[in-house]
Design a protein. Structure first.
Length: 387
């Protein structure tokens, strides 16, 4: 794989599902997994097999069905977790065991109640056990964003020596800032002597709204796998949003010359499917997939877009699977967009009729907000009747 290829690891079915209220049944997980396969993500994290019999069944169904992506299952650094994960994953085309343990002083002291050396020992044992099942083993340092760099380098070196092939550095609580996290990733890779034996990965949460920015900073710092979810679904404020990370990499090739294998025209369909299945609405102004992401209302913008869309669109709607952008007729709209829409609807008005209709349109827009095609039909009929 080339050194500028970024692996996209989708965790909608695992971290995304941990979003309160976003539980999915087996059939729903499978439908989403099949869409993720069409989207051409590299890895689908399908769930946490030991969490419940339902989760086990969901991961197994995904692993047994999906052939074009690696399928991963999450487990703590415990034998029973790892064995259960393997039971669920073993029918997969390229199964990955993903084991994690916390590495920050806060988590080690208050949650694990373990000494740092015990944490290293547990992590190494978990990786070795996973490795006895598959060569494809990912290890994550939970709360790496608040871990001490020296300890992080020591444990990462040990788990790579034990056989981990992907090292994931999560900002579990969305605490770091991009100009801190990118150099942190670079420093870690530099300080781990056997770092060339593994792919470094990033997994960011959005508590400060920085998950996408931190993920991109980590790529600039040397990460070559990004963990993300459709619509940014995930614990608390969510995870880095797949569509944002992928489209940022694609749109800013000039300063981030990295490639993914994502079929971006499947993004909108993936977003709508996840929203429909989970019942989580996508906010209208959400980047890339919000209803307004390719909509224009103001006269100046509409005029620019009608002349050439690149004036106000940094990517095409077609590139994310939409058939067109959307001109919203409202009080901010200008004559150019108004006339254009009337022509699309088949109305030919002379200059005076157009002027009167435009005036009536503005008055209506003030009262109503968005003026729809049906409203325009009434406006034009009214104008013709008066004549
Ligand atoms: O946020 C996190 O640290 C995680 C790990 C389990 C990868 O989700
Ligand atoms: Zn997470």
């Amino acid at each position: 794989m080339s050194s500028n290829r970024v692996i996209i690891f989708d965790t909608t079915l695992r971290d995304g599902e941990q979003s309160p209220g976003a539980s999915m049944n087996q059939e729903e997980k499978l439908r989403i997994a099949q869409q993720l396969e069409r989207l051409r993500v590299d890895v689908i994290e399908a769930g946490f097999p030991i969490a419940s019999p339902g989760d086990f069944a969901g991961v197994k169904a995904v692993a047994d069905t999906i052939r074009e992506c690696q399928v991963a299952g999450l487990c703590r650094a415990r034998d029973a977790d790892i064995d259960r994960a393997w039971e669920a994953l073993k029918g997969g085309a390229d199964p990955r065991i993903h084991t994690f343990i916390a590495t920050s002083p806060i988590h080690m002291r208050h949650k694990l109640k373990m000494e740092p050396d015990q944490v290293i020992e547990a992590a190494v044992a978990a990786v070795k056990r996973a490795k006895s099942y598959t060569s494809n083993v990912e290890w994550s340092a939970e709360d790496a964003g608040r871990s001490e760099m020296e300890f992080l380098a020591r444990i990462v070196e040990a788990v790579i020596a034990a056989g981990a092939t992907t090292i994931n550095i999560p900002d579990t609580v969305g605490y770091t800032l991009p100009h801190e996290f990118g150099p942190r990733m670079a420093q870690l890779i530099e300080n781990v002597p056997n770092s060339d034996k593994a792919v470094f990965s990033v997994h960011c949460h959005n508590d400060l709204g920085l998950a996408t920015a931190n993920s991109l900073a980590a790529v600039a710092g040397g990460a070559r796998q990004v963990e993300c979810t459709i619509n940014g679904l995930g614990e608390r404020a969510g995870n880095a949003s797949l569509e944002e990370v992928v489209m940022a990499l694609r749109t800013r090739q000039d300063i981030m010359p990295y490639e993914t294998r994502i079929e971006t025209t499947e993004i909108t369909r993936a977003s709508r499917l996840v929203s429909q299945i989970t019942g989580f609405m996508v906010q209208p102004n959400k980047a890339i997939v919000g209803a307004n992401a390719f909509a224009h209302e103001s006269g100046i913008h509409q005029d620019g877009v009608l002349k050439n869309a690149i004036t106000y669109e940094i990517m095409t709607p077609e590139s994310v699977g939409l058939s067109t952008n959307r001109m919203v007729l409202g009080k901010h709209s200008g004559r150019h967009a108004f006339k254009d829409r009337l022509q699309q609807l088949g109305y030919e008005l002379d200059a005076e009729q157009l002027q009167n209709a435009f005036q009536a349109f503005k008055e209506l827009a003030d009262k109503k907000g968005e003026v729809l095609d049906e409203d325009l039909a009434v406006l034009v009929d009214e104008e013709r009747r008066i004549e």
